[in-house]
Design a protein around this ligand. Structure first.
Ligand SMILES: *Cc1c(COP(=O)(O)O)cnc(C)c1O
Length: 392
């Protein structure tokens, strides 16, 4: 069996068409888009405009100049949070977010708390849903920003962001959403959602790593995060990564074009995995929503009496790449903040496994995981003192 990649929520491979779209910008159209006095510079500038236009169109932005390219999803999130906080601090110092946001949002908020801002971290329900009425109840006359993710990267919960956008609008508060996990899996139209700012990252939808974008609706005042030259209409300095941007634009174009077919395919594999695991492994729990409101490619289970890391190591020996919510990226022993927020006790959160399928995941691969996982869990349970006596 060749290796089976079940970690598409962490990153995805770059598609051939995407790579092909990038290559000319390394060798032929290599000019600096700010160098307008010669042809290769102007070509780069023209390309940048066309690429921006394509990204704008594919997320439903009204104007091309509402797209700002960044170096990652993390940068887009940081910019949204800090840029709004500092630009609007005369008006208020209160920010509303949720307990299950990506660390790019949470840690930016924590940083702002040290700068005198006040942050409300909303609870979620047992499936990871933010309640719109909680958002509304948290709004004060000092609230300057609401930021709630479109879809959660660990447990796949799709948040009611259209409703939340409506609440934000009603109270004249700026609304940002981290849509990094949503692109390519659910339809994203910034106008239809009614969002003021939205983050995306190319490598989560078969584009290259190190390139993202922040949609900023015209009229929203935001401070710079990166100071320097006048790129991105003076709002984000740095010579544009045109090859990366070309890759992102192409990947987005394909993701939008193939959205329905790919999400249907992912969903089929996701459900095959969920059913297969449920029926073959006792003492397991599906984290996140059952079906409605769940990302089409995300599976997240907790297995009692085992450690997530041990599962990952044993899966790796069988050539299966997956992820665990049992410890965060920093290597700390704390379980995932998302699993804690949905109310899992520590010992159950520690035995968690995320399997995220891709549009190319085959039934054969899914079945290989379904065959491989139960004996691994059983072996780990047999070694666990906590499990002793449970089955007897
Ligand atoms: C991956 C991810 C990010 C960070 O994007 P990078 O481009 O890797 O910095 C932010 N938010 C969510 C929900 C993500 O899944």
């Amino acid at each position: 069996m060749k290796s089976v990649y079940m970690d598409n929520n962490a990153t995805t491979y770059v598609k051939k068409e995407v790579l092909d779209a990038m290559l000319p910008y390394f060798t032929d159209i290599y000019g600096n888009a700010s160098s307008k006095f010669y042809r290769v510079g102007r070509e780069a500038e023209q390309a940048l405009y066309t690429l921006r236009e394509s990204v704008a169109k594919n997320i439903g932005a009204e104007h091309t100049n509402e797209i700002y390219f960044t170096g990652s999803g993390c940068e887009a999130d940081n910019w949204a949070v800090k840029g709004i906080a500092f630009a609007h601090r005369n008006k208020g110092n209160h920010i509303i977010t949720s307990k299950i946001e990506h660390h790019a949002i949470l840690n930016a908020c924590e940083y702002l708390e040290k700068q005198g801002f006040d942050v409300t971290y909303l609870d979620v329900d047992e499936y990871g849903f933010v309640k719109p009425e909680d958002v509304e109840a948290a709004v004060t006359d000092k609230t300057i920003l609401i930021t709630i993710m479109t879809a959660n990267n660990e447990i796949g919960t799709i948040e009611p962001i259209k409703e939340i956008a409506g609440i934000a609008k009603k109270h004249k508060v700026i609304f940002h959403t981290d849509a990094v996990q949503a692109i390519g899996h659910i339809k994203i139209d910034v106008k239809e959602i009614g969002v003021d700012m939205l983050s995306l990252s190319a490598h989560k939808f078969h584009g290259p790593k190190g390139v993202g974008a922040l949609y900023i609706r015209n009229g929203v005042k935001i401070d710079n995060l990166i100071h320097g030259g006048g790129q991105e209409r003076g709002k984000r300095a740095a010579t544009e990564n045109i090859a990366g941007i070309a890759g992102m634009a192409k990947a987005l174009e394909i993701a939008v074009e193939d959205l329905e077919a790919n999400s249907a395919r992912c969903k089929k594999m996701r459900d095959r995995l969920i059913n297969g695991i449920r029926t073959s492994i006792p003492y397991c729990r599906l984290n996140g929503p059952e079906d409605e409101g769940r990302l089409c490619n995300n599976v997240n289970f907790s297995f009692q009496y085992v450690e997530g890391e041990s599962i990952l190591m044993m899966l790796d020996m069988k050539n299966i790449a997956a992820s665990s919510g049992s410890a965060c990226a920093s290597g700390s022993l704390d379980p995932s903040h998302v699993l804690m927020a949905i109310g899992l006790p520590h010992e159950i959160a520690h035995g968690s496994l995320r399997l995220s399928v891709g549009e190319d995941t085959t039934e054969e691969e899914v079945d290989y995981v379904i065959e491989t996982l139960p004996p691994i869990i059983q072996r780990l349970r047999d070694m666990s003192p906590l499990y002793e006596g449970v089955e007897k």
